[in-house]
Write a protein that binds this ligand. Structure first.
Ligand code: 2BA
Length: 109
């Protein structure tokens, strides 16, 4: 058995959950925050059989888009504020970041 953790953009979350649910997967959705942009994203947790990984990846490919976002770096505290000019930086976010972990066992009680 495997545990898939898929970090996706909020805009893609519902379509991905619909796709996974229609395909018969059970999922838990966690609200998460990206460490770099400090913006909300969603982490979807799925316990699946090893043979189902490709179907999950396919659902992610089908529903999660790559988007460009701008972020303005925060000046370091040590610099005098007026000597530091910040410019927005363009970053590409997604489609999705996916971790696949081994699961020793799953119990439903
Ligand atoms: P954030 O940390 O908010 O990162 C958003 C996007 O900013 C990233 O998109 C990446 O393109 C860029 N980025 C991140 N750190 C950067 C840095 N130090 N310098 C320049 N650009 C940087 P994605 O790679 O698609 O990641 C989307 C979200 O997935 C991330 O949001 C984070 O929440 C998660 N993530 C990505 N890689 C991860 C990892 N290795 N471990 C844990 N979470 C990860």
């Amino acid at each position: 058995m495997k545990l898939v953790l898929a970090i996706v953009q909020q805009k893609d979350r519902d379509r991905l959950i619909d796709e996974l649910t229609e395909a018969g997967f059970q999922a838990t959705v966690l609200a998460s925050t990206g460490g770099f942009l400090r913006e909300g994203n969603s982490t979807i947790m799925l316990g699946i059989d090893e043979g189902a990984i490709d179907r999950v990846l396919e659902a992610v490919r089908k529903t999660c888009r790559t988007r460009e976002q701008f972020m303005t770096p925060i000046p370091p505290v040590v610099e005098p504020v007026d000597s530091y000019v910040t410019y927005p930086v363009k970053v590409q976010v997604g489609g999705a970041i996916i971790f696949v972990l081994n699961v020793e066992r799953l119990e439903r009680i």
